[in-house]
Ligand binder design. Structure first.
Ligand SMILES: NC(=O)c1ccc[n+]([C@@H]2O[C@H](COP(=O)([O-])OP(=O)(O)OC[C@H]3O[C@@H](n4cnc5c(N)ncnc54)[C@H](O)[C@@H]3O)[C@@H](O)[C@H]2O)c1
Ligand SMILES: O=c1ccn([C@@H]2O[C@H](COP(=O)(O)OP(=O)(O)O[C@H]3O[C@H](CO)[C@@H](O)[C@H](O)[C@H]3O)[C@@H](O)[C@H]2O)c(=O)[nH]1
Length: 463
């Protein structure tokens, strides 16, 4: 099947490459000429495990091409909209201008009976709004197929998703032929696209547009809620002498709760959860559903508070005065296995520490280039060892394996003071303490004095 993918960022590039790997003929279209050029050479413009191989294979077979020209989408039977829906610069709501612009640019090139399917994350009511853009083409059918991939495991998540969701006009009742039960319209087109996945037993749910839009928003809101819940409890742990890691392990053993997204630390960031909970909040406010609006506000506030707590703890560990202190931050990406720095908690903390006068050095296995372009006021170092040299305080803020495995003895030989704030609660604190390190975490300080300026002074006397 000939397919176009409009918008080739973290979502679209992976979607295009995986569709080509399933045997489809795919053209990826993006307004960013540099990105298109790189993708066309079979090279991923960002770090995503497994993507380079898929791009190389797809472009080599000729089944996968990229273009800045929307005319290249002509003749495709299915068009996927994968452009960004970032937070608006003026409100909590999503900015849908890229989606509207992409749909308008695609319009003149749509073949008779073509199917246009959105994958971007959108507020409820967006499909109805886009139907107006396509109003002059009643032969074109619109569908919504939200995407649940995670960066870092995007290729696997796309090829082996937990489920496929199809939002179609009229919902499930309209999706199947009443006589034969056979899928029709957008449902039939998407079944043909995802045939290998359906044959492998991936469940497919068909629903109306509003449900499809809200399934995605609600899923991200729930994940964010789980993370903020455990982070609020982590603060309670620090205030009471409990240990959040042990608590979370025990809670997670209850299958009704589950252990995933229950890892306390610096909190969530990235191009999805933060903007999606704010978008849901503003949708709920517009629809007069105060509890959802309030709920998302609390989840967001707890998340932002983790960053402030981390800065305060760092100040405490420096004797209450950050000015002039050499601070090394391990991690710049919003999470491991990606070079994405959108709303990175680590970089937020780094800039706040720098603003307080600390001499901040940031290192990361993959994201140094992206971060350096965006934050020229920080010092970046690609070698972990060089970044650690002379540090008076080390903060582990993105839990790459390389940092989890760091030798406390080797690191201790590089720093000026053996003081580490483990913002992701991943280090073996006992092993680090055995090498003379003062170790602090977020919710994992049981048996230790809660962080105060006195702690910092003690740490400074120790060095
Ligand atoms: N990143 C993820 O893990 C992920 C997962 C699921 C859903 N989503 C959703 O997918 C959407 C895209 O997210 P992303 O992370 O890939 O963003 P991104 O910023 O990486 O990619 C968006 C791409 O769209 C392109 N673009 C913008 N306007 C365009 C236009 N008019 N025509 C063609 N291309 C245009 C941009 O140049 C960019 O390459 C968002 O709605 C996001 O919420 C993202
Ligand atoms: O126990 C946990 C789990 C995650 N995080 C943080 O939460 C954020 C999000 O992590 P993750 O969900 O793995 O990353 P994303 O790639 O942003 O994926 C989310 O956002 C995507 C875009 O909407 C969705 O498609 C995915 O299903 C959804 O998991 C990161 O900053 C993590 O560090 C925690 O702090 N504690």
């Amino acid at each position: 099947m000939k397919i176009s993918v409009i918008g080739c960022g973290y979502l679209g590039a992976v979607h295009a490459a995986t569709l080509a790997s399933m045997g489809h003929t795919v053209v990826g279209i993006d307004v960013d000429a540099a990105k298109v050029n790189q993708l066309g050479r079979g090279v991923a413009p960002f770090f995503e495990p497994g993507l380079d191989e898929l791009l190389r294979d797809g472009t080599a077979t000729g089944r996968l091409t990229f273009s800045t020209d929307f005319g290249a989408a002509a003749g495709a039977q299915v068009h996927f909209l994968c452009v960004g829906t970032p937070q608006s610069k003026t409100s909590d709501g999503a900015d849908l201008t890229f989606l509207v612009a992409a749909t308008e640019a695609l319009l003149p090139h749509l073949a008779g009976g073509a199917v246009v399917v959105g994958k971007s994350t959108v507020p409820v009511g967006t499909v109805d709004m886009l139907s107006d853009v396509l109003a002059g083409r009643p032969d074109v059918q619109l569908g919504w197929n939200p995407e649940f991939l995670r960066q870092g495991t995007a290729v696997k998540d796309t090829l082996v998703p937990d489920r496929l969701v199809y939002g179609v006009s009229g919902g499930k009742a309209a999706a199947f032929n009443p006589g034969t039960g056979a899928p029709r319209g957008v449902t039939a087109a998407l079944d043909a696209v995802y045939e290998p996945l359906l044959n492998a037993g991936i469940p497919r749910l068909v629903c109306n547009f509003a449900t499809a839009e809200l399934i995605k928003s609600a899923a991200n809101a729930y994940l964010a809620t789980k993370v903020s819940f455990i982070n609020a409890i982590a603060e309670l742990c620090d205030a009471s002498g409990a240990d959040v890691a042990e608590l979370s392990e025990a809670m997670g053993m209850d299958p009704r709760i589950g252990s995933r997204y229950l890892h306390a630390g610096l909190g969530f960031g990235g191009g999805c959860l933060p903007k999606d909970i704010r978008s849901l909040s503003s949708q709920a406010a517009a629809l007069g559903v105060a509890p959802v609006n309030d709920w998302m506000g609390v989840v967001d506030a707890i998340n932002v508070r983790q960053r402030t707590r981390t800065v305060d703890l760092a100040a405490g560990l420096c004797g209450g005065e950050l000015s002039g202190r050499a601070v090394t931050i391990l991690g710049a990406a919003f999470k491991p296995e990606t070079d994405d720095i959108r709303d990175s908690p680590a970089l937020d903390v780094a800039t706040r520490l720098a603003a307080a006068g600390a001499h901040v050095t940031v290192t990361d296995p993959k994201a140094v280039n992206n971060a350096w372009l965006r934050y020229p006021q920080l010092r970046f170092e690609s070698s972990t060892a060089r970044a650690l040299e002379g540090a008076e305080l080390v903060l582990l803020l993105t839990e790459w394996d390389e940092y989890r495995r760091l030798s406390p003895a080797l690191a201790g030989g590089l720093v000026r003071r053996r003081v580490v704030l483990d913002g992701r609660n991943v280090l073996d604190a006992a092993a680090w303490r055995a090498e003379g390190w003062m170790v602090r975490g977020l919710g994992t300080n049981s048996g230790e004095a809660v962080q105060t300026a006195e702690d910092g002074l003690a740490g400074m006397r120790q060095s």
